[in-house]
Design a protein around this ligand. Structure first.
Ligand code: ATP
Length: 203
């Protein structure tokens, strides 16, 4: 049987319950076999993360230590140069030639998909699973709409419907820490403990 693999790329600076809850909801809803969390090495669409690659990996490990369906994938951090998703998908296809890949994107990431390297070629390797995320709306650009409408009709773009949204962002967590508030209950206790021990996000 074809293995169904979900992929979530991001900075995970830090990982929080928004990521974990969404990943789990999609795993169950789409009957995926596993979800791979792929922290980026060198971010291409935003400023550099605050925590180092090793610290972001450590926090992922604190969050999902013992779950064999949620997997931490180091390939972007171990690869030299900018972390382009198209390269990541090619390398996943080489490792899992018979699997169906599902790239999970929040609406924020999806809205700027057409700025990604070789973005249309992504569909040669994966389906897209789009998670609605406030306050982001579906992109309005007519050409882009026509493109994803066509992909949706072919079952290659899937919009999730009933996974309740947790409105948590890493930006919001970093701001809370910077201003001396605790982001407790928005991320796993073990991740918060790691952040406190390592004095992360204090400025
Ligand atoms: P930042 O606030 O630093 O931009 P973030 O919280 O958006 O970070 P990322 O690591 O950039 O987290 O996100 C990785 C992926 O997870 C993206 O596709 C993003 O849209 C998605 N994502 C992040 N937070 C949520 C959430 N609360 N619910 C659903 N998807 C999310």
């Amino acid at each position: 049987m074809t293995q169904n693999i979900g992929i979530i790329g991001g900075t995970f600076d830090p990982i929080h319950f928004g990521h974990l809850h969404t990943a789990w909801g999609i795993l169950e809803q789409l009957s995926l076999d596993q979800i791979r969390f792929i922290p980026c090495g060198i971010a291409t669409h935003r400023e550099a993360p605050v925590a180092s690659a090793q610290q972001r990996l450590d926090m992922l490990e604190c969050a999902i230590q013992s779950d064999d369906k949620l997997i931490i994938d180091r390939r972007e951090i171990e690869r030299d140069g900018p972390s382009y998703m198209i390269d990541t998908l090619k390398s996943l296809q080489a490792d899992f030639p018979d699997a169906q890949l599902h790239l999970i994107l929040g609406m924020d990431a999806f809205s700027e998909l057409d700025t990604w390297k070789d973005w249309q070629a992504l569909m040669d390797y994966t389906k897209l699973v789009i998670v609605r995320r406030m306050p982001y709306q579906l992109p309005v650009d007519a050409k882009f709409r026509a493109w994803y409408g066509e992909q949706e009709a072919q079952g290659k773009v899937i919009f999730t419907q009933d996974i309740p949204l947790l409105e948590i962002s890493a930006t919001q967590l970093r701001e809370a820490l910077r201003s001396g508030r605790s982001p407790r209950y928005l991320l796993p206790e073990a991740v918060l403990h790691y952040i406190t021990e390592n004095k992360l996000y204090l400025r």
